[in-house]
Design a protein around this ligand. Sequence first.
Ligand code: NAP
Length: 306
Amino acid sequence: MKRPEVFNLEDLRRWGSNPPLQLAVLGDPVAHSASPQMHMAALKQHGLPHTYGRIQIKPNDLREAIQTLSSIGFIGVNLTIPHKTAILPLLHSIDPHARVMGAVNTVVFKQGHLTGFNTDGPGLVRAVKEDFGVPLGLMHPLILGAGGGAGRAIALQCALEGCPEITLVNRTLEKAMTLAEEIRSLPNTAHPHPKVTVLQSDATALASQARRAEIILQCSSLGMQESDPSPLRANLLQKHHMVYDTIYSRETKLITDAKRRGLQTSDGLSMLLHQGALAFEIWFERAAPVEAMRGALIQFRTASLQ
Ligand code: NAP
């Protein structure tokens, strides 16, 4: 029988002590997730006999799903929208970094003990270093979409990395202002708190702030559809900018504009890759086979674009 693409709570209830998966991404929706391809490639590379799948879990069912997976011998899970904060009260311990981020994307199950981690921000840090050769913490990032989940994780990570200045840009100003307050009140960071500037997407001051920034981190969902405009006017892109768009499913207008101007660019595939590699390292306490995982992601993207 062909294995279904996406499992659900009913499947979990039926599995008993011999589940067809030992690792999974939980989300709602989750069918689009590339994590199974990436992690299956890693498991194969290391000769591990486990299976990683997708499980669609409604927000109200998260507790039962997590308890069931723990009791049937799961190794771990990744969490995506809308579970990254709802998981917190269901865990026995939370890694200090994930606690500061207020969100967990990776859980490890060990003899009924559940520990949560957050590899999203650290994944971006690895991606930026690999793609541009510069540590994120040395730069002034201009963060577009600093009101959503990705923008929040990335902005907090920038502060934790030691970015001296951060510019937050969002369509809804209030959300970016709330995020700025969160950054300013981060506890016990290894670096001084950054200077934070908050701007609405159409602010006139965006031109001067963009000039001062070194890296553009695009975290909004603008660009996921082919018809979407760029979240940043092309004439605000400067020769010295590095441009990172967290969208990885297609080349966005922002990336096309930046390439036309000869700027260094990269997309969110490397962030997805490195958050996955870090999760693998947490579950198996060994280095992740990054190139095998990258190959699987590129193949998945190519296939889904056809
Ligand atoms: P989200 O929580 O829904 O946030 C969406 C963000 O986009 C908000 O800042 C929102 O602004 C902004 N936005 C939406 N529509 C807009 C429009 N028409 N004009 C201007 N701004 C608009 O989503 P999310 O989870 O943060 O995800 C955002 C993006 O990050 C997605 O494209 C996703 O692919 C990407 N992502 C990538 C990775 C990776 O590993 N590469 C991981 C996570 C997310 P308002 O606050 O004004 O609504």
